[in-house]
Structures are given as C-alpha cells and as structure tokens.
Write a protein that binds this ligand. Structure first.
Ligand SMILES: O=C(O)CCC(=O)C(=O)O
Ligand SMILES: [Fe+2]
Length: 337
C-alpha cells in the first residue's frame, strides 16, 4: 500500500505587491450559533451576496493545522500519482458532464491556440462512488471527514443565513442539500502550473477564463498565491486577497435561479500571479455545492423578500424543468469573458 508521509504544508509566501483587492465582507461563522447572531449575520451575508456575490468566512471550526493537512492531501493526486495511473482515473467532463476524477492538463482551450495548465482531481462527497488512485486510497477517510465538515459546518450554516435573507424558514435551502441524498456536491483539488512567457502573451495572462460556477455555492479554502479575480458590478477586475485559514464563498448559477436573481452569480477568473509568485505552483482546495438531483431550480415564490423585490411576480412556475440541477451540472459552462 502507498504510504503518505505527512508533512506540514508550507505554501508560498503571500505576495508583497500592492494589488487592487475586492473589498469583501468577512463573516464570523462562530456567531451563527444563536438566533440573534444568525439574524445579524443574515443581513451581512445577504448584502454581500447581492453586491459582490463573494464573501469571506472565518471561525468555521477547522484549525490552521487541519487546513494545512488538507492542503498536503490535496497535492497527493498530482505529485503522488504517475501519468499512466492518472489516465486510468480521468473524468469524462465533456462526454458525460461528470465532475469526478481527473481533469487533465490542456483539456480546455484558453485563447489563440493556448490550452490550460491546470489539473483537477474531483471526488464526490460519497468517496465510495468511484475508485481512486493507490496513493489517494489511504486518505479517503480524511477526505470524507473534510467533506462532512464543509457540508455541515460551512455549507449548511451559510444556506441558513441565505434563507433568512429571503425571510424563508431557516432550513429552506438546507433541505435541498442533503449529505446523503443523490447529488453532485464534491470536493475538488486543483493544481495550476506556471506557464511559458509565450502562453502568457497569447492569453493576456489569463489562466482560467471568466465564468460563473454552476452550483449553489462554492467554498474555496484560501491559499497564498494571488491569481483569482472577480468582475465587480462596475466592470472592473479585482483580486481576491489571501486570509489565513479563511474561506472564500461565492454564489453560483443554481442559487441565482433559486433566488430569482436576488443573489447573483459573479463572474470570476484566474490570471498569472504577481511577479513575486510567478514561479509557484498553485494548489486549490474546494467544495463545490449543488442541490440534490431531484430539486427543481425555480425561485422561492413564497419569499416575502422576493415578493417585495419584484412585486410583478417571481412566479416560480414553469420556468425550469424538474431535475435541471442534475442536467445543469453536466453542462460545461465557461463563457468567454
Ligand atoms: O483557482 C481558483 O482560485 C478558482 C477556480 C475556479 O473558479 C473554478 O474552478 O471554478
Ligand atoms: Fe469558478
């Protein structure tokens, strides 16, 4: 059996460059434990998700050491598995739309004949759904615990705050995101590799094109290499700043549908890091959240907030066919921005 010698993840140094950062709200999730705290946080979350569509979460219950351990684990599918074995566990995103297994490097076209230089390894939160490379197998228990933590201690609390922001019963969105239900919510490990100067020029330094995520929310564990940018409402690209042991959470298309456009899926992209980080690989740790497969992606017509917001009607009827969540998740959606 493959062994995995634990080491503490020493990510690259935080950039010293003075970048134009987005000014995002920081949500202290430890305050969500009582009704009063949740009411206050719901106002902040709602405001953040209507303006930037992105926010930070701190005090989510994982220690820095636990997060570092997960970054160590996140690197294993890339540095601990040889190319032949990666091929065996390749995902079939384009054919089946399934986000499980490897997305190999150079899978997507970026611009002017240049292809991407990033790998994913995607694992459904039910880690037994597929087989995994030998080096990953001893880590599945920890990966599942990580999925559970993010699901119950991050996703569900945030969904409660988003539901409160619509003046809905607290569990209105939680009920659409069962951990054991049939659905696509998954863990993603991601690794970006530095590119040639020629590729940088031909793509105008874009590593991953502007897009919105297709799920309800995406949870990104903050890491030190600056490269993620969001497109603000006034049309400017702003950088996301690294905050140690924080999470960056954003709205995806499915939540935009469910809220009738009240919460906005924000376009974001990944670009070449600043000069003091340009030789670094960039490791990502994510939890991509979708509704259960049987959820109909129609707006909550009963939300008093939506009624007031759009008095002429968020009808909630006949707008999206049943099961769209499942099929939507199978579309490869990377608009050209
Ligand atoms: O690597 C990042 O920071 C963001 C990646 C991303 O937007 C995605 O995988 O959808
Ligand atoms: Fe994204």
């Amino acid at each position: 059996m493959a062994s995995f010698a634990p080491h503490i993840y020493h990510g690259p140094q935080v950039t010293k460059e003075d970048l134009d950062y987005a000014d995002l709200a920081v949500i202290d999730l430890s305050k969500a434990c009582d009704v009063q705290g949740r009411a206050e946080l719901a106002l902040q979350v709602s405001e953040a998700m209507r303006t930037h569509g992105f926010l930070y979460v701190v005090n989510h219950g994982y220690t820095t050491t636990q997060t570092e351990r997960m970054f160590d684990i996140a690197d294993v599918p890339f540095s601990g598995v040889d190319p032949e074995e990666k091929h065996v566990y390749a995902g079939r995103m384009k054919e089946a739309g399934s986000y499980q297994g490897y997305k190999p490097r150079q899978y997507w076209h970026i611009d002017n004949g240049v292809r991407d230089q990033l790998e994913h390894y995607n694992i459904n939160r039910d880690v037994t759904k597929r087989q995994h490379p030998e080096a990953v197998r001893p880590l599945l228990g920890e990966i599942e615990a990580f999925a559970r933590h993010t699901h119950f201690n991050v996703l569900h609390p945030i969904l409660r705050l988003l539901a409160l922001g619509l003046e809905l019963p607290e569990d209105a969105l939680v009920n659409f995101h069962g951990f054991s239900a049939v659905g696509e919510t998954y863990v993603r490990f991601m690794k970006y590799y530095p590119r040639s100067q020629d590729d940088e020029v031909k793509t105008n330094n874009v590593w991953l094109k502007g897009h919105t995520d297709f799920g309800t929310i995406t949870v990104l564990y903050s890491q030190p290499v600056a490269a993620l940018q969001i497109l603000t409402r006034d049309g400017k690209w702003k950088w996301i700043k690294h905050i140690e042991n924080a999470l960056v959470i954003n709205v995806g298309d499915a939540l935009e549908f469910l809220s009738g456009g009240y919460y906005k899926a924000t376009i974001h992209r990944v670009v070449q890091p600043p000069s003091d980080q340009q030789n670094c690989t960039r490791l990502g740790l994510f939890y991509f959240c979708m509704t259960d497969d049987d959820v109909k992606l129609v707006p909550f017509a009963e939300s008093p907030v939506l009624k007031r917001w759009r008095p002429l009607g968020v009808s909630g009827e006949g707008e999206e066919p049943a099961g769209l969540a499942a099929r939507w998740g199978k579309a490869e959606k990377r608009p050209n921005v």
